[in-house]
Design a binder for this molecule. Structure first.
Ligand SMILES: [Fe+2]
Length: 346
């Protein structure tokens, strides 16, 4: 991890994230509440720099005031980029958008969002008896909304109501470290490689293809989108792997341009190798949520995955925003792929 500027008199200080090879946990007077964080971040103007210095992952704990004032999450989001996305202007399902704040995506198994957690891995533990994090035993790894061009830069993820400890965690993997540690043959394979990303639920996932499902007819707003497999961060310049796996790549025409397509092709075999490397335990941090936790993560250089919890017994509630507007020169001047049709057409 890069050195994070630290000043004992500052409102915000950053300490390396425990049990992780990347990321930072913020402490200090500026973390006493979400309102304090907003004030400290705005006055110092350095929250985004701290995120970059921490390899794109920040944790702030104890922001319980945000539960009663969700607008604070939107205002905090403005510190990380030019545009906090309004999900009514994306392909987001309306029942998963916060009633009063269209910038907030409600991730919950409770109504009206009704989003169920993923199943537990099979088998539930690794051969060593550990909690599985590595693909393909662990699946669901993705970077947010990579099926759009330009994709969102940064997400803020806030815990309103967690699942019981030891369940409903979020796993994060560091794409910078994963790229750096690629074996030579894989580094050569990804150098100019382009991945094809597809929106979940459009019949292009690996499981849908294996089940013989006919892909949904895609409108111009949700065509699969091509993305570089190696992205150079527009601020730090660091290269990182930019990939998803079973559910958010295009397994019909992809997963990679110029390789044999489909679930049993050369492209599929390469993706499995890359994702197993990317999600090796050395690159992964597992976050077990407490009420009031805020995680800020950079989608340009990290991927993440949800874990199972008992949705029949517990309602988990999380809020997420995405910040958009600095995807790098490769996307310069591009129209938003998801705005190719009128909102009423979605
Ligand atoms: Fe996500």
């Amino acid at each position: 991890m890069s050195t994070v500027p630290s000043d004992s008199s500052a409102a915000l200080t950053a300490a390396p994230l425990a049990q992780a090879g990347f990321g930072a946990c913020l402490t200090g007077p500026g973390t006493a509440s979400a309102a304090a964080l907003l004030a400290a971040g705005a006055s110092d103007g350095k929250l985004a720099a701290m995120l970059d210095a921490a390899d794109g992952f920040l944790l702030v704990k104890g922001l319980v005031d945000l539960r009663d004032d969700p607008g604070l999450l939107v205002r905090l989001s403005t510190l990380f980029g030019p545009v906090v996305e309004d999900y009514t202007e994306t392909t987001m399902a309306r029942n998963r958008i916060h009633r009063d704040h269209p910038e907030i995506f409600v991730v919950s198994n409770g109504p009206p969002a009704n989003r169920q957690p993923p199943p537990p891995p099979t088998p539930p533990l690794t051969e060593d008896g550990a909690f599985p994090v590595t693909f393909p035993q662990r699946s669901g790894w993705h970077t947010d909304q990579s099926y759009r061009r330009p994709p969102p830069d940064i997400s803020l993820f806030y815990c309103v109501e967690p699942a019981p400890k030891g369940s409903g965690q979020t796993l994060y993997a560091n794409g910078v470290a994963a790229y750096r540690s690629l074996p030579d043959d894989l580094k050569a394979a990804v150098a100019d490689l382009i991945g094809i990303h597809a929106q979940p639920g459009t019949g292009r996932s690996e499981s849908a293809v294996r089940a013989g499902q006919t892909p949904d007819p895609t409108g111009s707003h949700n065509h699969p989108q091509r993305q570089p497999v190696v992205r150079h961060h527009p601020v730090t310049g660091r290269p990182a792997l930019y990939l998803c796996e079973r559910g958010q790549m295009d397994w019909v025409d992809g997963p990679f341009v110029g390789m044999t397509p489909g679930v049993d092709g050369d492209g599929a075999r390469l993706l499995y190798r890359l994702m197993a490397h990317y999600t090796a335990p050395a690159h992964v941090y597992c976050h077990d949520w407490d009420v009031g936790d805020l995680v800020i993560y950079d989608n340009r250089s990290l991927i993440h995955a949800a874990t199972w919890f008992d949705a029949a017994a517990h309602v988990r509630v999380m809020w997420r925003t995405t910040v958009w507007g600095n995807p790098g020169p490769e996307y310069a001047g591009e129209a938003k792929s998801w705005r190719a049709t009128a909102p009423s057409a979605r």
